[in-house]
Design a protein around this ligand. Sequence first.
Ligand code: URA
Length: 225
Amino acid sequence: MATTPAALQHEAKRPAGQIPAPEVAAGGDALSIDEAREAAKGCRRCPLWRDATQTVFGEGPESAEVVFVGEQPGDQEDLAGKPFVGPAGRILDATLDDADIERRKTYVTNAVKHFKFEPRGKRRIHSKPNAGEIQACRWWLDKELDLIKPQVVVALGATAAQSLLGKAVPVLKRRGEVIERDDGLRVFITIHPSLILRIREPADKDAERERFLKDMRKVKQLMAA
Ligand code: URA
């Protein structure tokens, strides 16, 4: 049966046995972020679409000077269809605010655009994307960067850094650094904001928040440079 990306986008979730042959969504000829977002709705480049609610594409103006790249949508993002709207997003928003960066003028996206999780009772527990899933979704990240051509890209954590640089990067060691890619794109390395959420000790949490804010102030400088 011939299936178009537009039709695929409205498919209900199906049991594994009824999944058609994998298809790769169109999108190579997308001339704008809106066109790419539309094409990505039918993406079948990896199996993560099967259990996720929807593709969570990047959000923000095509004229953005800075692109923030996270790991993958979480539970709330999967339901809302928008990146960084849950607890990690609130930390990101507050820190950007403190660093005098307006989120609405930035482009925020993820290395992997479907939520990967393990069901546990009624809860869906975040599960890390593997190298194959990161590689498959890099196609969309490259497309976003190609269309936006930002001054600087911020890798929020190890998955983003791996996707952007094509290799594993020790984030805690290299945070605050800019790594220039062969194509000239500057990649700023920092932590994923969910790291702050996981710290229990209030003093350690505050200290990590301060370090993240210091990183975001550096990003602000790089945006203008
Ligand atoms: N974590 C991410 O990496 N991305 C999101 O969009 C939300 C949480």
